[in-house]
Design a binder for this molecule. Structure first.
Ligand SMILES: Nc1ncnc2c1ncn2[C@@H]1O[C@H](COP(=O)(O)OP(=O)(O)OP(=O)(O)O)[C@@H](O)[C@H]1O
Ligand SMILES: [Mg+2]
Length: 383
């Protein structure tokens, strides 16, 4: 699914830079001085910004030449193309020996400064973060030549496509119920790290099933950090920015008012929870009008109603308990609360998913999830 990408980002990245990561070294001193001046009014030490943290870790990333990446992909051969998104094309590549590593290479379509900005954000955020549920960036290539600019990103290769592929591509085997829950738990843990496990809070901003990549054991990793932003600091409650994201997944307060917070990520998480429950995409233009928007459609089948089971992915057959599915729907509904502050923190979501997986592991107890006591136990954790 393509992004709605209208870039009128009013809130300029104060400490960010429009230059390539390697060029930033030259500005290091100047920026550090500027940072200290900006922060001198603070009475307590402020957390360091992503660009500052990046400067400490940039040596971990390898700088590739364009030729190296051209060789790795046989000249960006279309037979090696594995995907295409709003940023550009993605290729499977093999770095020449002695390295020999299989990688995924994302090549920016040449489209000026916005592409560069996203590329730079991805290099800086992924250069700083480190978590088993976040895709690993190995390096990048940045060339400004006579024939225009080249911006590429080199990632660890994720061999098992995306959650979107496994949920919606009918040519692939059905994704089992428990695997769906485990994938959601994994990415929730990745989001929890972004929201609270770093010196600076990170808003991911583009949570959707196509950005959840899988390894051969269906362990998930979040990819695509081009839209990530640092969370609000000091007294600010949100980051103000013109909406950038993907239709069907973005939170209403973000779309309507440009208010971005970590709660916006929780909304996107709620949408994907409904995708795993129903096997339907957030937005499906080829369905009858009332069914095109997933969230509008599922509202007609409230979690406490008898009709609820009618929305569950028919491909799941009998491998789930309706009680457990109901709990997941309730969790999704809490993530989709209109009031951002009433949505659960991602740490609460992690707890609820762990519990749901526990129940799903024991067939006898999974049935018990319909019992009042187990239901309230799960919800208490969520609210
Ligand atoms: N590290 C990777 N390993 C393996 N495949 C990848 C990797 N990164 C991306 N891909 C593949 O490339 C596809 C396109 O990814 P990309 O992030 O460019 O676009 P998208 O997520 O579909 O759309 P958008 O640009 O709107 O986020 C992915 O769905 C996945 O199949
Ligand atoms: Mg993507």
């Amino acid at each position: 699914m393509k992004c709605f990408r209208y870039y009128k980002d009013k809130c300029k990245t104060k400490r960010g830079s429009n230059s390539a990561p390697e060029l930033q070294n030259q500005r290091k001193q100047k920026n550090l001085v500027l940072d200290r001046v900006t922060k001198s009014s603070d009475s307590f030490p402020s957390p360091r910004s992503i660009p500052e943290l990046y400067r400490e870790k940039e040596h971990n990333l390898r700088v590739f030449t364009f030729q190296e990446l051209r060789d790795a992909t046989n000249g960006f051969n279309r037979l090696l193309k594995i995907g295409e998104g709003g940023f550009g094309s993605v290729y499977k590549g093999t770095i020449r020996p002695p390295d020999g590593q299989v990688v995924a290479i994302k090549k920016l379509n040449r489209d000026g400064s916005q592409g560069h900005k996203e590329w730079l954000a991805e290099v800086q955020f992924l250069g700083v973060v480190n978590h088993p549920n976040l895709v690993k960036l190995l390096g990048y290539c940045c060339v400004d030549g006579e024939r225009g600019m080249q911006r590429l990103l080199v990632y660890e290769f994720m061999p098992n496509m995306s959650l979107e592929d496994h949920l919606f591509n009918r040519a692939l085997p059905i994704l089992p119920w428990k695997t769906r829950l485990q994938i959601m738990l994994g990415v929730a843990q990745g989001l929890a790290y972004l929201h609270g496990g770093l010196e600076v809070q990170v808003i991911y901003r583009d949570f959707k099933s196509s950005n959840v990549l899988l390894d051969n054991n269906f362990q998930p990793k979040l990819s695509d950090f081009g839209l990530a932003r640092e969370g609000p600091t000091g007294d600010r409650t949100h980051v103000s920015t013109a909406p950038v994201g993907t239709y069907g997944y973005a939170a209403p307060e973000y779309v309507e008012l440009g208010r971005l917070t970590i709660h916006s990520d929780i909304w996107g998480f709620g949408v994907v929870l409904y995708e795993i429950l129903t096997g339907r995409r957030a937005l499906e233009r080829n369905r009858p009008t009332g069914e095109q928007k997933l969230l509008v459609w599922v509202k007609q089948y409230p979690t406490d109603s008898k009709r609820f089971s009618m929305i569950i992915d028919p491909r799941l057959g009998k491998q789930y308990s309706v009680g457990a599915a109901r709990e997941i729907a309730k969790l999704a509904d809490s993530c989709l609360d209109k009031n951002p502050k009433d949505r659960p923190a991602i740490s609460q979501v992690v707890q609820s998913l762990k519990q749901a997986i526990e129940y799903s592991e024991e067939p006898s107890t999974s049935k018990n999830m319909t019992s009042k006591s187990s239901q309230s136990k799960l919800i208490r954790k969520v609210k």
